[in-house]
Design a protein around this ligand. Structure first.
Ligand code: ATP
Ligand code: MG
Length: 399
């Protein structure tokens, strides 16, 4: 069946009071960007829902694309008809007869347009009778129908919908500002990025790269992960940090057990500087409490001490299975498990201190000319902007 509209319902963002306009406006922008390869669709945003007029485009494809846009609670394919009972009857009958395998149905009417002359109970009744009279072997089941037709009588028109597709919920990407994600090639940080976007933050990413100890392929892997994340937020800028020289200095100057903590502190300092330059107010990591040596409370305390920026750690209380489940859902898992060398694993000792003491860390760090090293690094950042088009193309090819 060829529908003419998609009705998009907002979830949480309907609760945002006076800020609601900001949210609905951002959602509209995000939907427009995601659907830019369907130039004929038209989008109309109302205060409690959005209408996508399909103009002949494939509704299922568009539903699928929209199912990754945060801020959408659920959606339905819909038919728009005039506010006339005869029109509504005709369309409801068409939906019932053209939907396969239906033995039982139910009509649910919402009449927000109080000028419409017939009440919602009566519309249910009129439509129910019309459908029963004009079909055979089909009955009403109000509890567990094969098909529920929802009739939404609004001021401009009536929309008939027959099924609901869940959206991802959350808040529109960009409506909460921007965060800088510390993106490694591992399983955790892409998931952390995804969950951050779900709370309405757009992302830029920062990756610490140590050639020749880490290869071009390790960098490509990170860009591929950013590509997956861009699907949820249109584009992700990736800042590649030349980390080799500083890691060599740390390796040379600092006792082995402390090099991991100090390397992480350097990562935080550099990330904060990049965030500051880009007008970004928070950092995001994939840290999860107790997972590895650098993720004990003592370690996090010593690492965190170098920054006043909010550090968002969406995974902090999750266990590995939960994180892996999400990474499979969002397609980053197969990329994350590609073999690669991480800058941390190359330089870090087999047994780093799990309970580093802050005073000792600060003492050992004095052997490094931190300011000079950081200035060098900050002058040599490579920034790559990853856009969603490529992914969109792969996905279009599937249909
Ligand atoms: P992940 O699976 O995200 O790599 P992990 O379990 O391997 O995490 P760590 O290696 O301790 O844990 O890294 C903790 C966090 O530090 C990562 O989630 C990521 O946010 C950041 N991080 C680690 N290595 C890098 C890197 N090379 N570039 C950017 N961020 C990094
Ligand atoms: Mg890692």
């Amino acid at each position: 069946m060829q529908y003419d509209h998609i009705v998009v319902r907002y979830g949480e963002l309907s609760l945002k009071g006076r800020n609601r306009k900001i949210f609905t406006h951002q959602l509209e922008t995000n939907v427009r960007k995601a659907l830019h390869s369907y130039p004929s669709v038209r989008i109309e945003t109302q205060w409690d829902r959005m209408y996508i007029r399909l103009n002949g485009e494939n509704g299922d494809k568009i539903l699928d694309r929209c199912s990754s846009i945060f801020g959408i609670q659920n959606m339905s394919l819909a038919f728009k008809v005039k506010n006339e009972i005869e029109e509504i009857k005709k369309e409801a009958l068409r939906i019932l007869t053209e939907t396969e395998g239906v033995r039982t149905f139910k009509i649910t009417t919402k009449r927000s347009n109080k000028n419409f002359p017939i009440g919602s109970q009566e519309i249910n009744h009129v439509l129910g009778s019309h459908l029963l009279v004009n079909t055979e072997d089909i009955t009403v089941d109000v509890h567990n129908p094969d098909l529920e037709i929802t009739v939404d009588v609004r001021s401009d028109a009536t929309y008939l919908t027959s099924n609901k597709v869940e959206g991802p919920g959350g808040l529109p990407v960009g409506s909460s500002g921007k965060a800088l994600l510390l993106l490694s090639g591992g399983i955790d940080s892409p998931v952390a990025g995804y969950l951050t976007m779900k709370r309405g933050l757009a992302l830029e990413a920062i990756h610490f790269h140590s050639p020749p100890y880490t290869s071009e392929r390790a960098k490509e892997k990170v860009l591929d992960l950013a590509q997956e994340l861009a699907y949820y937020g249109h584009s992700v800028k990736v800042h590649i940090i030349p980390f080799t020289a500083l890691q060599q200095t740390i390796h040379r100057e600092v006792p082995n057990g402390y090099s991991m903590t100090i390397m992480r502190r350097m990562m935080m300092r550099i990330s904060e500087q990049v965030a500051k330059k880009r007008g970004i107010l928070s950092l995001v990591t994939g840290e999860s409490l107790g997972q590895v040596a650098s993720q004990t409370m003592e370690s996090m305390f010593a690492i965190n001490a170098v920054t006043n920026y909010p550090v968002i750690r969406p995974l902090v209380t999750m266990n590995k299975e939960e994180i892996i489940d999400i990474s499979k859902e969002i397609n980053t898992y197969p990329i994350s498990i590609r073999p690669y060398e991480d800058c941390c694993t190359v330089f870090v000792p087999k047994s780093p201190k799990t309970k580093p003491r802050l005073e000792k860390v600060e003492e050992f760090e004095k052997a490094i000319e931190t300011e000079k090293e950081l200035a060098n690094i900050l002058d040599n950042i490579e920034t790559i902007e990853i856009k969603t088009e490529q992914k969109q193309q792969e996905w279009d090819d599937l249909f």
